[in-house]
Write a protein that binds this ligand. Structure first.
Ligand code: AVJ
Length: 318
């Protein structure tokens, strides 16, 4: 098994899906590139760096909940579960959960074989007796789980408020597919970031050290490097703005003057002030979170928040 199996490349080694997404996105009136393309190697490193910036509270808030509420998770979930993590993180969150609930098996699921093997090795070292069954798959789709965990009760784990990157129809599709993957009666523990003061949110997505700006601009560098692009990255500016109507932080790359460039042979222009929309990060209330889960076929059972009410972890049942 190589780390490249799920990536379809042309003869020049270009990721076909990346090129198709970028060309389609840049031909729209509101230019856009899907946020999933942030995470090349440098992008993943920059994201890890974002999570330790003082303004970026979600990772600390969610970790605090997992740490502080461990015994409540144990009571609500019970031991002996097969924990299926959607997108195997390199995070400290997974060990906190596993220590709290004493599962019977751990199934990290990731589209990147490299991340997956690293995460599986890391977890096996920390939990020597725990069976670990990594699955290389796109968690946006329904996934066939390993036969070894067939008889065990299932707990899906989807931390990080990654669901917030999706518009509602996509989020609902994912939740339904998770229900299909895990089966009727299974549980899901999902992280969802909360609506709060716009200034706090905008700072979290525009840290003073400029790490989030670098993360956003890296996407333009990636287009140039991988798709033969000539985007003048120096003339783009990172923008993070709260969209109150849609309850989401939006990240954009804004042209600071009129620019023309090329991507994969396509000529493109941006006028001063025009943007490429690169990410949505939806924020939830207790009710909007419940509504989304219900639309996706999950009944919320219990909800935890950090001591400052910034972030929520919700346990739901299918
Ligand atoms: C990985 C989706 C949780 O939306 O907060 C962080 C990604 N983007 N800073 C988020 C991100 C800019 C992050 N998630």
């Amino acid at each position: 098994m190589t780390g490249l199996e799920l990536v379809d490349r042309d003869d020049d080694g270009v990721d076909r899906a990346f090129r198709a997404d970028v060309l389609a996105g840049l031909s729209q009136d509101q230019k856009a590139i899907p946020a999933r393309w942030f995470y090349d190697e440098l992008g993943s490193e920059l994201f890890e760096d974002i999570t330790v910036q003082p303004e970026y509270y979600p990772t600390r808030a969610e970790t605090e909940i997992l740490d502080r509420c461990a015994s409540e998770f144990a009571d609500a979930i019970g031991a002996g579960q097969a924990v299926v993590e959607f997108g195997s993180g390199s995070s400290v969150k997974t060990p906190l959960l596993l220590r709290a609930i004493q599962p019977a098996a751990y199934v990290p699921l990731d589209i990147s074989g490299d991340f997956l093997r690293a995460a599986a090795a890391d977890l096996s070292a920390k939990f020597p007796g725990l069976p670990v069954h990594p699955v290389e798959a796109d968690f946006m789709r329904r996934v066939e789980l390993p036969a070894e965990i067939g008889a065990l009760p299932k707990l899906g784990f989807f931390p990080g408020s990654t669901i917030g990157n999706m518009v509602a129809p996509t989020a609902v599709d994912l939740l339904r597919n998770m229900g299909q993957t895990l089966g009727t009666g299974s549980m899901l523990l999902i992280g969802m970031d909360l609506v709060k003061d716009a200034a706090i949110l905008e700072a979290a997505y525009d840290d003073a050290a400029g790490v989030t700006a670098a993360f956003n601009l890296n996407l333009a560098h990636r287009v140039n490097g991988e798709l033969g692009g000539t985007i003048p990255v120096d003339q783009l500016r990172h923008v993070a703005r709260w969209n109150d109507d849609f309850a989401r932080i939006e990240m954009h790359l804004e042209a600071q003057c009129d620019i023309t460039f090329e991507v994969a042979g396509q000529p493109l222009t941006m006028v001063e002030g025009e943007t490429i929309h690169t990410e949505n990060s939806h924020k939830f209330t207790a009710r909007s979170a419940n509504m989304l889960l219900l639309c996706g076929g999950w009944t919320p059972l219990k909800r935890w928040t950090d001591t400052e009410d910034r972030f929520s972890l919700i346990l739901a049942q299918s």
